[in-house]
Design a binder for this molecule. Structure first.
Ligand code: HEM
Length: 404
């Protein structure tokens, strides 16, 4: 069999990787020529997401970088750690993000987020078409994560630049290009850390009602993050919360425009947005695969033994289309009874930002559907980003007759 991973990252398959996944699911556990493993069936992905013998710690990888992925000697952010370090850092971060410690935090942001979306869509008035990526999906999540962390509005343009820099490696076209793009990403991470170091200092002296203030001043029962851990966590939130949400809003807009009957229903029944969101993230998931796991023991899955120290990629985009878990999986159907999609992963690394991602996307899509008159795709073949792992269109031109 030709190397499936190679075909998955082949740019030609970006607009529609789903036929390839059908092939992948014929064998629940696929060994690649280079000794790495791919898993694309729903049941086995769920099993492995919950198996403690699959490590997220980059230091367990055969190709582990000498210090860390985030710069020499810097502490790793919790997405790249295992228990107990992962659990402690995640708990310390959760205290300042939402329930049970700050139940009103995200709800308190809803009005602000709705205003940001409204103002963006108001700038569409008088135009005949917009690029949903550049004009809405791309800038919105950075603004939101800056608000969450407590970055002053005047500094936000810096974050747009850093967010753009950090994703560069995923856009590489070849090994030489990759080197240059990695350099740009490392620089962006270093600059963002330096910025957060200054802001953390300020917030420690004069705390406000934002996440960074909480992280640097909190003395909960489990203590406080070190200053370096705070910086890694802040950068993690920027990275993990940005491109994912951009693709969610863009893939969501594309799917709705390709299913005008659902779009029309959503316009009539705005309350449907919660179900539409869950189906959108299943149907065309922004994080196509989780490439970060390493086995720390032999692990038997569906009759195959994955040996210790193997790299395992869990293909969430494939699991979300597995007919063993979802009836007629290629049909976009917000009424389907099966809801347990893999869009936010599962187990201890289940997406930390899921409540925020839901709120952002529901507000953005809900407002687009409500305000744009007769929205339609300018082309049904939008250009895709090169990134196979965080997959979505680079541009999405939408024409409309006016803004309500
Ligand atoms: C983890 C998807 C938005 C922060 C994850 C994982 C997935 C995911 C699949 C699991 C990764 C793994 O198992 O290694 C998404 C999608 C989003 C989204 C599809 C948008 C629709 C966000 C936002 C934030 C965020 C807005 C920031 C507030 C995180 C963090 C982790 C994570 C910090 C690591 C959790 C851990 O290791 O315990 N996300 N995410 N995500 N996400 Fe999200």
């Amino acid at each position: 069999m030709t190397d499936l991973m190679q075909r998955m990252v082949d740019y030609a398959n970006r607009p529609n990787p789903y036929p390839l996944y059908e092939e992948l699911r014929r064998t629940p556990v696929v060994r690649q020529e280079d000794g790495t493993y791919l898993v694309g069936t729903y049941r086995e992905i769920v099993q492995l997401l919950h198996d403690p013998r699959l490590s997220s710690d980059v230091r367990n990888r055969a190709d582990a970088p000498p210090a860390s992925e985030e710069g020499d000697g810097m502490p790793l952010s919790f997405i790249l750690l295992d228990p107990p370090e992962h659990d402690l850092l995640r708990r310390l971060a959760t205290r300042h993000f939402g329930p049970p410690h700050r139940p009103a935090f995200l709800d308190g942001m809803r009005a602000d987020m709705a205003r940001i979306v409204r103002e963006r869509i108001e700038t569409f008035a008088g135009r005949e078409e917009v690029d949903v990526v550049d004009d809405l999906a791309y800038p919105f999540p950075v603004t939101v994560i800056c608000d969450v962390l407590g970055v002053p509005h005047e500094d936000e343009p810096l974050f747009h630049e850093w967010a753009e820099g950090i994703i560069q490696p995923g856009e590489a076209t070849g090994p030489e290009d990759l080197e240059a793009r990695r350099g740009r990403a490392e620089q962006a991470i270093a600059d963002a850390r330096e910025y957060f170091a200054g802001l953390a200092e300020e917030r420690a002296r004069a705390p406000r009602d934002d996440m960074l203030s909480g992280l640097v001043t909190d003395d909960g029962p489990e203590g406080r993050m070190s200053r370096d851990e705070v910086l890694s966590t802040a950068v993690l939130l920027l990275v993990a919360g940005h491109e994912t949400t951009v693709n969610m809003i863009t893939n969501g807009t594309l799917a709705l425009l390709r299913h005008p009957e659902v779009l029309e229903r959503l316009r009539r029944e705005p309350g449907l947005i919660a179900r539409v969101f869950e189906e959108l993230i299943r149907y065309d998931t922004p994080v196509q695969f989780v490439p970060f796991r390493t086995t720390v023991a032999d692990v038997e899955v569906a009759g195959t033994t994955i040996p210790k120290s193997a790299a395992v990629t869990l293909v969430l985009g494939s699991g979300n289309r597995d007919p063993a878990a979802f009836r007629e999986p290629d049909r976009f159907d917000p009424d389907r009874p099966e809801r347990e999609h893999l869009g936010f992963g599962g187990g201890i690394h289940y997406c930390f930002g899921a409540p925020l991602a839901r709120m952002e996307t529901q507000l953005a899509l809900g407002e687009l559907v409500r305000r744009l008159e007769n929205p339609r795709l300018v082309t049904d073949t939008p250009p895709y980003r090169r990134n196979a792992f965080l997959r979505g269109p680079r541009h999405l031109q939408v024409a409309f007759d006016g803004v309500r």
